[in-house]
Design a protein around this ligand. Structure first.
Ligand code: APR
Length: 232
């Protein structure tokens, strides 16, 4: 049912929303990310130690991402934005929200389809094709690296994310384990009357204080289900 008390909705998404598009979540049973230890591929130290390995790792992730298609959950969020003012805040580096047609998408951990200067993170470029090669350089001459936020780096879009969450009327969280700060902090920044809904097949593992509705379903089932209820 269309809820007239709700004007603005924030949808906070994690790896789980892209799982059914074929992109793996991070915290599987083995604790590895596609067979790699996180510290070997997703830290500034890893880049210092072995930039070729890091570049190869993200080139492979980028190819998988470009082959993947948005799923019914991404699509349902586009529908939701026809009825409410919707901001999506995502921890995902894939571009499936954009390819589904969502317009207001804030990436906390960067975007794999872009590159950035290894000296100045504000120099960001689209990637031609699907690879960054060693030797590809920014306008100022330094090596290009993936436009992703590594462990130990600051999250530049966090300030904007906090602003959004602080005035939103409803926060819908989809497919995130909330294990990584500062993103996990967002849920504590909502105003008191904000409605909170968690959609995740492991929703029972999330322990959030207050009046929270848990939808224990996969994203492709749970998100269309909620969106249909809210747009009737
Ligand atoms: N539908 C919905 N949720 C799902 C599905 C699915 N089909 N499959 C798995 N999930 C849920 C899991 O139950 C889990 O709660 O998605 C969540 C995935 O959690 P993580 O793998 O920890 O991913 P995420 O929370 O996005 O990780 C946050 O950590 O490694 C870093 O920077 C990386 O952005 C990432 C951040």
């Amino acid at each position: 049912m269309m809820d007239t008390n709700i004007k603005h909705i924030t949808v906070f998404t994690g790896a789980g929303i892209s799982a059914e598009s074929g992109l793996k979540t991070f915290r599987g049973h083995d604790g590895l990310w596609e067979g790699n230890r996180i510290e070997d591929v997703a830290t500034p130290e890893a880049w210092q130690r072995n930039p070729e390995l890091v570049q190869r790792f993200y080139n492979e992730r980028r190819k998988s991402c470009l082959q993947a298609q948005p799923n019914a959950a991404h699509d349902a969020l586009v529908k939701l934005s026809r009825y409410y003012d919707v901001d999506i805040i995502t921890q995902n580096i894939d571009d499936l929200h954009e390819r589904a047609g969502s317009v207001k998408v804030l990436h906390l951990h960067g975007e794999i389809v872009k590159s950035q200067s290894s000296l100045d993170p504000e120099l960001v470029y689209p990637i031609e094709g699907d690879e960054i090669k060693m030797g590809d350089r920014c306008a100022l001459g330094s090596q290009l690296r993936p436009h992703v936020v590594w462990f130990g780096e600051t999250v530049p879009n966090m300030t904007r994310a906090l602003q959004i969450v602080q005035y939103t009327d409803m926060l819908i969280m989809v497919g995130t384990s909330l294990q990584v700060y500062p993103a996990a902090q967002l849920v504590f920044e909502t105003k008191r009357e904000c409605k909170i809904v968690v959609i995740d097949p492991q929703a029972n593992r999330h322990r959030i204080e207050g009046d929270v509705e848990y939808i224990d379903k996969n994203a492709t089932e749970g998100v269309p289900y909620l969106v249909n209820l809210m747009t009737k």
